[in-house]
Design a protein around this ligand. Sequence first.
Ligand SMILES: Nc1ncnc2c1ncn2[C@@H]1O[C@H](COP(=O)(O)OP(=O)(O)O)[C@@H](O)[C@H]1O
Ligand SMILES: [Mg+2]
Length: 359
Amino acid sequence: MSDNAIDASIVDEVLQKFADPETGRNIKQMDQIHDLSIEGSCVRVALGLTTYSAPLWEETRQQLEERLQSKLGSTAKIEVKVVEHARPAPSIGTIGLTAKSVIAVGSGKGGVGKSTVAASIACGLKNAGCKVGLMDADVYGPSIPHLLGVDERPEAIDKRLQPIVADGIRVMSMGFLVPPGEAIVWRGPMLHGAITQFLRDTDWGDLDYLIIDMPPGTGDIALTLSQLLPLTGAVVVCTPQEVALLDAVKAIAMFRKVNIPLLGMVENMSYFLCPDNGKRYDIFGSGGARRAAEELEVPFLGEVPIHIAIRERGDAGNTAGNFDDQESAPYFDRICYSLAKNIASRKAADPPMPSLSVL
Ligand SMILES: Nc1ncnc2c1ncn2[C@@H]1O[C@H](COP(=O)(O)OP(=O)(O)O)[C@@H](O)[C@H]1O
Ligand SMILES: [Mg+2]
């Protein structure tokens, strides 16, 4: 053995202590080392990660590489590559949904960009490589089909509604049930029934994330959902304006009341960067949501400035296009990354009990 030869037991120890971002449990125990070779001073690891953790693949790869490097010393040559690790979503709740995380996107009031943010979270996670569904539960203003350019109606096969696939996202909207231009007055029990049926009768398939665009303000649907499913948590969207923040505070209180964890706050319409003179205009004030998030002990996921192209793309059904434009993409990417990261840190802090299949 040469002096630089790698000690396999050190490699093993690092792997034993390295957490999978999806489960928070160690990658060795979870069978996520797909390949490992140690030759002289060279270690090669094929690390299996799930599509659920796709936004964190590169960072997790680097972390493992750095961890090995620091334990093995600078003479070691380390190569970690990520390969896909299959782990089907479990069936959750009482309605036969197979999803790993269900995330509700809410706001205190309408018009703050809740649907834009919900659609963008769905797009960003999908772009990273996750399997994503987007359910538009905003009965008062179902705008997801408009924002994603969906104009077909879902088909039913064997009495199950087939979501419309738009930009690689499986989409369902309460708007499909209501003829455009018609108003429905939703009473509590009817709303509860419609949402339950809608979730249960949709053929969502196997999902990493189901993003739900919630109606603004009201706690009815949050309560219904919390009874049907274990929600991973909620994201609250607001603008920096004082009055909007008060509404956001109420929305946060409402989620807390029904025991839905708060995954974060997004500040939309944070400022306007004038294309003519490059000056920043704080149309709705500045930094309010970040401060409110701190006071309420809710993670701040990021901000999105007012950008005319965001509105134009929304109206053109091309919300996904915000990710191709360097003026808007970094803001939405940041929000998706922070969200995935927050969920992973919660798992790391509180990993679930081992399931029988891995014991
Ligand atoms: N950051 C932004 N910059 C410009 N326009 C935006 C932005 N966020 C949302 N919009 C536009 O504002 C309008 C309301 O947004 P929407 O997402 O439908 O809000 P909500 O769901 O809260 O009612 C839409 O026309 C949308 O395209
Ligand atoms: Mg909306």
